[in-house]
Write a protein that binds this ligand. Sequence first.
Ligand SMILES: NC(=O)c1ccc[n+]([C@@H]2O[C@H](COP(=O)([O-])OP(=O)(O)OC[C@H]3O[C@@H](n4cnc5c(N)ncnc54)[C@H](O)[C@@H]3O)[C@@H](O)[C@H]2O)c1
Length: 339
Amino acid sequence: MKTLVTGGAGFIGSNIVDALLKKRHDVIVVDNFYSGREKNLIEAKKIAQEMNVELSIVKADISVEKTWKELPPVQAIFHIAAQTSVTASVLESDRDFSWNILAAKYLVEYIKRNKTQFLLYSNTAGALYGVPPVIPTNETQPLHPICPYGATKSFLETYIRALTESLKMEGKWSNDPKKENYFSWASLRLGNVYGPRQITKGEAGVVPIFIEKLFAQEAPTIFGSGKETRDYVHVHDVVSAFMTVFEKQQKEKVDEAYNVGTGVPTQTSDVFKNVLNSMKDKTKVSEAKHSSLRPGELEESCLDISKLKKLGWAPAWNFEKGVTQTVKVYLENEKETKA
Ligand SMILES: NC(=O)c1ccc[n+]([C@@H]2O[C@H](COP(=O)([O-])OP(=O)(O)OC[C@H]3O[C@@H](n4cnc5c(N)ncnc54)[C@H](O)[C@@H]3O)[C@@H](O)[C@H]2O)c1
């Protein structure tokens, strides 16, 4: 199948690109390389050659209409690119609107123009639910973003749900996968994703931030008491979630949102302990610094993942195993860079 991955040079996007190529799909990556990296696509280039499938890389901004007009038609879009910083969403509204909302407008127009059949969207979970009324939080809880990032990310899911229902009611789009006008969307609401290729740009990525600090022999900062919890999910589990939903869509319509996490809350102090434990012979640091919780930060977050589990998906990486693997890859890359 011909597929398009926006943000395909980024952390999550590039891991999805690898998985699509391994399944023998052709892939077009569109990325402006703001936080995406050429090196994230080295593996993809090798896989494309081995599998004899096409990989093309387009350096372009998805908030520009011309980008979408110049892209060839594809059957499936994995929409992963976004403005991802909570702080930037407060201070740089223009960029947040452009990348998360204006880009979504052009994406929808592209889908209509080219009769794209599948849309898989990487939504956020934490910023979407706000202060969760129920923990673990399930998909039926109201969306109550408490930062602009959560609000702009929520737009595409809400819009595509409404548009799809309207066009299906009018008979313009179909629920039948055998029909040419079949369309199915899915929004994957991701917990705190970590794993190889994650960078420390901005405030996200506590795992790589801790790794880098410890490697530099500096004490990392824990914001808050350390008892704050997040649902940390390994990027390989996120990729398998996307693949599970994509396979389901090829058999029957989905048109649903799914939480993607582990259902296990992990305290920030345990993140530090796990990273420190995996790096104990590489660092002299033994304690973290503490600072107050930043504005807009949640005290608790954990996702109910039972809806996605019903599709046969389950997370395969517990946090300890995931951190050990992430640290191992980081240290190997450091060695290669120095060699
Ligand atoms: N990492 C997480 O913990 C997490 C959690 C929840 C949701 N998400 C969502 O997952 C997606 C990917 O996040 P990530 O952590 O891989 O971040 P990332 O920064 O590594 O990936 C984003 C990619 O999109 C590209 N991009 C951004 N704006 C663009 C534009 N206007 N035009 C073209 N390319 C553009 C960047 O260069 C980058 O390659 C985002 O949609 C984010 O909201 C991530």
